[in-house]
Design a protein around this ligand. Structure first.
Ligand SMILES: Nc1ncnc2c1ncn2[C@@H]1O[C@H](COP(=O)(O)OP(=O)(O)OP(=O)(O)O)[C@@H](O)[C@H]1O
Ligand SMILES: [Mg+2]
Length: 575
């Protein structure tokens, strides 16, 4: 061991060892730890060398100290991190607007725009336009927070060809041009769609689903050829002249510079087929257009019920009207032929008389007019208004160039009523055996006889048919009979009641039974006694709505109550 430092292993010659002072140990071997040195010395020491015990102890001490140092270092590092964290300045949040150059980000922070660097550790490929980003005190983008989940909502007023959007806000706030977020880059945004915008109002982030509300007006129309409407030939011809011909022969009308209407008003007493005629117009016209153009034009019937538009929230009714027109225009662009049917039109388009809704009406009527003026002609949208009180509709709506065709849907007269009975008494309807037998098993002849008999019963000027007494200002008293107050709806209901009777009889007897004349006549009586089209009270005002009289000339209307007919066994109520 004594010659250890001078041994060959140190790599020095005897000469150099001799000249070197004892504490000059030379350079530490690379990668050699104190423990390694001790290990080497232990190898060199012979088994009974007394130094060996000291070396082993020294090695243990060094190992224990090394462990303590490592633990202390870790604790310091942890402390350092904590100190760094709690003393670091807060990061601001900005909106990422894009990469004008590779590696250079455009962000908006608190109303100011910056071109800034991006922390290279950030995955720039995943950064979405419109996302919130963290920027440090040097405005370097250091974090990606994704899209915000809240923020203002605006409505697309225009989708520009370059992808930018013009967003409008309600109640006259200024509109703004915004860009699309990465997620909306290819979205099919249209005028009227609602989008959520980032709080800085720079990027449209998300399209809001309001489609449920928008589809709400759209109604399927059943197959409704004109033949399914009875006794309204005059109204139907008027519609065909006013709407069908200009649509089917546009060139001819253009040559004559004929001012085409944009729609028409159907007016008349309740239950006479205004809504039915509106739907049939959509069905028949679209079918004809399809045949003529060979293109697959689809009908689109928007059924808007006036009172549903009235809304207590300021501006909400106006928003609905704008939305309705915007849906109609949109549907046109998609290849549909939109029919905008506004039922009970007087409720929203009434004269701006004083009343509960006068505030709303005073803005709705001008807005409706301007929306209507924005429609070129009925080649875009056909507007159909329906009302029982056409006299209440604001004249501005009915001006030439707007809805200047008024088509009256009258109560059916006797032949008209027969027509309507014919529509509901179909050839496949099970008839009473005795009735068919009476007509030599000719089912058709039996149906015709029912139509005649019930028509005669309905229109007879007999005592039991007296229905109303109208006292006029002149002192004259008019008696109105059941036939004077009949409507398509009443006729349809009479037939339904008669069918119910036959069905119940079949159930009661266990045998197939058909509709008989007695059923029809009893149903007629019941209908006039129970129909809820007729006002339940004697209030003259209510009854005047059903009559053709000028209210000015009428002093009093008194219903002549017939005693309700005794009901047949088990015939009450409906099925
Ligand atoms: N001319 C008619 N031909 C066949 N059915 C008719 C006719 N008129 C009315 N009906 C029947 O009466 C029902 C009600 O008619 P509709 O809803 O069209 O009346 P309306 O004039 O719109 O009444 P309201 O003023 O109460 O809205 C129809 O669904 C149909 O079954
Ligand atoms: Mg109706």
């Amino acid at each position: 061991m004594s010659d250890y430092l001078g041994s060959k292993k140190t790599g020095g010659s005897d000469e150099t060892n001799r000249r070197r002072p004892l504490d000059d140990v030379g350079p530490v071997r690379a990668g050699e730890s104190p423990v390694d040195v001790i290990n080497r010395l232990l190898e060199a020491a012979t088994g009974n060398d007394p130094l060996r015990f000291d070396l082993l102890r020294l090695r243990r001490q060094i190992q224990e100290q090394e462990l303590t140092v490592a633990e202390a270092r870790a604790a310091i590092e942890k402390m350092d991190n904590v100190i760094k964290k709690v003393t670091a300045p807060a990061n601001r949040i900005g909106t990422f607007l894009g990469f004008p150059k590779p590696g250079l980000a455009h962000v908006a922070v608190a109303g100011h725009d910056y071109f800034t660097n991006v922390d290279p550790r950030l995955d720039t490929g995943a950064l979405k336009i419109g996302a919130r980003v963290l920027v440090n005190e040097a405005y370097v983008v250091v974090g990606d927070l994704g899209y915000d989940h809240s923020g203002p909502v605006g409505k697309v007023m225009d989708a520009m060809p370059d992808g930018r959007l013009r967003i409008g806000q309600e109640h006259g706030l200024p509109s703004a041009i915004v860009q699309r977020s990465s997620d909306l880059a290819n979205a099919n945004l249209k005028q009227g769609d609602e989008v959520r915008v980032d709080p800085a109002f720079r990027v449209a982030i998300e399209q809001l689903q309001s489609s449920q509300q928008r589809e709400y007006y759209l109604e399927e129309i059943p197959q409704l050829p004109w033949a399914k409407i009875g006794g309204q030939q005059k109204a139907i011809s008027a519609i065909q002249d006013a709407i069908e011909l200009p649509l089917l022969y546009p060139d001819l009308f253009e040559r004559f510079r004929y001012a085409q209407p944009k729609g028409f008003l159907l007016h008349g007493p309740p239950g006479c087929g205004k809504t039915l005629i509106g739907k049939a117009t959509a069905y028949n016209l679209t079918r004809k257009l399809r045949e003529k153009s060979g293109r697959d034009t689809k009908e689109c019937f928007m059924h808007v019920k006036g009172p549903e538009i009235l809304n207590m929230w300021v501006g909400e009714s106006e928003r609905l009207v704008r939305e309705i027109f915007s849906i109609a225009r949109e549907k046109r662009q998609l290849g549909f032929m939109p029919f905008l049917f506004i039922d009970e039109a007087e409720s929203i388009l009434g004269t701006r008389r004083a009343g509960r809704y006068s505030n709303i009406l005073s803005t709705l009527v001008p807005m409706f007019c301007s929306e209507m003026d924005g429609i070129e002609s009925l080649h875009d949208v056909v507007i159909i208004l329906a009302s029982n009180r056409a006299d209440l509709i604001d004249p501005a709506i009915l001006r030439p160039g707007r809805i200047d065709r008024k088509i009256r849907v009258n109560r059916p007269d006797k032949p008209g009523a027969r027509d309507v009975f014919g529509i509901y008494l179909t050839d496949d309807l099970p008839l009473d055996d005795a009735l068919v037998k009476q007509h030599g098993q000719d089912h058709r002849a039996a149906v015709e006889s029912l139509m005649d008999a019930v028509g005669n019963a309905l229109f007879a000027h007999k005592e039991t048919n007296r229905f109303l007494e109208v006292t006029l200002r002149s002192g004259r008293k008019d008696i109105l009979y059941r036939g004077d107050l009949v409507s398509g709806a009443i006729i349809a209901s009479i037939v339904e009641r008669a069918k119910e009777m036959a069905i119940k009889r079949s159930i009661a007897t266990g045998k197939d039974q058909g509709v008989s004349l007695a059923d029809m006549l009893q149903a007629l009586d019941l209908e006039y006694a129970e129909n809820d089209i007729f006002p339940p009270t004697d209030v003259t005002e209510d009854w005047l709505m059903l009559l053709d009289y000028d209210p000015e000339n009428v002093v009093k209307v008194s219903p002549i109550r017939q005693l309700a007919p005794a009901r047949g066994k088990g015939l009450g109520g409906s099925i």
